[in-house]
Design a protein. Structure first.
Length: 361
């Protein structure tokens, strides 16, 4: 399987290389990357998977932006594309293999004629060949579903060998989780070191635009979201989640905004946890939680990424940590309206994954 996957990646790599003279591939790059890492032990029960190291492989295709849109110039002409990822995860009997496909954006942090330092952010989906099963695979507490979300972060430095080829070294962190929509779901975290080779199909001509006027300003967001989750105490039921948030954000630049949020959640799964804890006469109001959070927003054209770190002001069910974090990826589809997906966690433990809609003023 590994040999066939590698040959398939090489054939695509060579195919794109032979098309480098065609104008429609201007700015496109093809990359092959090998990684070497391990599974992080972020939970006691994950120790069985973390006692060895293993390789993974990646083929990606990405386009260098030219500055046609002003935000591209603000971010030093980032590139964007998609990556295909494969790993045997150390050939563990419980986890099987993982395949992933995710779009990404690559942001230059430093660039000269010889070197380029990049930060890459990707978000997509991964497929695990094995998952938790009560009778046949009960030791796999990390992955409860075949399909999972995949989040990837990478820093890499590339050296320009010649106008068409460059080599790179990088370090990355890749996370797989279904956001507890199906339990168990400890998730998989892969810290990795990597080396890659990139073929530039056709050089990009950068467009230099005049600096646009920016006026620092406040904006206000109203958001509503929903989601589903399972818990270990009851694998057979999907509990409903409702989430509302009001945010005040101040834009310090066209790229960044900082602010605060007030969060209100309604989590049906708290009912069974409170009952198991000996609580009697549980009512709907016991499923409500309230919190406040600090927010950093990252604007990339119509795409927006929110990082939030919060603490609960009120919560009846207290089995999780009092601190929570959220990662939200948003797209502005019409004027002041945006749609988004987000993952809420307590430290490294996913709470739930949700999706919703927001309105700004």
């Amino acid at each position: 399987m590994k040999a066939r996957l590698l040959l398939f990646s090489l054939s695509i790599f060579c195919f794109f290389g032979n098309l480098s003279a065609q104008q429609r591939f201007s700015g496109w790059n093809a990359e092959l990357r090998g990684n070497y890492g391990f599974i992080m032990q972020h939970h006691y029960n994950m120790g069985v998977y973390t006692n060895h190291h293993f390789p993974s492989f990646e083929a990606s295709f990405f386009k260098q932006s030219s500055g046609k849109q002003y935000w591209q110039q603000l971010y030093r002409y980032p590139s964007y594309g998609f990556a295909c990822f494969y790993s045997s995860l150390g050939s563990t009997r419980e986890l099987g293999n993982v395949y992933a496909l995710y779009p990404f954006m690559r942001f230059p942090l430093f660039r000269n004629n010889m070197f380029q330092l990049d930060f890459r952010l990707g978000f997509g989906a991964g497929y695990f060949t094995k998952k938790f099963d009560r009778t046949e695979n009960y030791k796999n507490l990390a992955i409860g579903s075949n399909v999972n979300a995949c989040i990837s972060f990478m820093y890499d430095i590339a050296y320009n060998i010649n106008p068409n080829w460059k080599a790179s070294l990088g370090v990355s962190w890749t996370h797989f989780s279904n956001g507890t929509m199906i339990s168990p779901n400890y998730g998989i975290n892969l810290p990795m070191a990597s080396a890659g080779i990139v073929y530039k199909l056709k050089p990009t001509k950068f467009i230099k635009r005049d600096k646009q006027f920016f006026d620092k300003n406040w904006i206000f967001n109203l958001e509503a979201a929903t989601g589903l989750k399972q818990i270990e105490e009851n694998y057979d039921y999907n509990y409903k989640i409702f989430y509302f948030s009001f945010k005040e954000l101040y834009y310090t630049s066209p790229k960044h905004a900082f602010g605060f949020g007030q969060d209100i959640g309604y989590d049906e799964s708290d009912k069974i946890l409170l009952q198991l804890d000996g609580r009697e006469n549980v009512s709907d109001k016991d499923f409500i939680n309230c919190g406040i959070s600090a927010i950093h927003r990252w604007d990339i054209g119509r795409l927006k990424i929110d990082f939030s770190l919060g603490t609960y002001l009120f919560r009846t069910e207290k089995s999780d940590a009092n601190v929570y974090d959220k990662l939200a990826i948003k797209y502005q589809f019409y004027k002041n309206f945006e749609t988004f997906i987000f993952l809420k966690s307590h430290y490294a433990k996913a709470d739930f994954m949700g999706w919703g809609i927001g309105w700004s003023l």
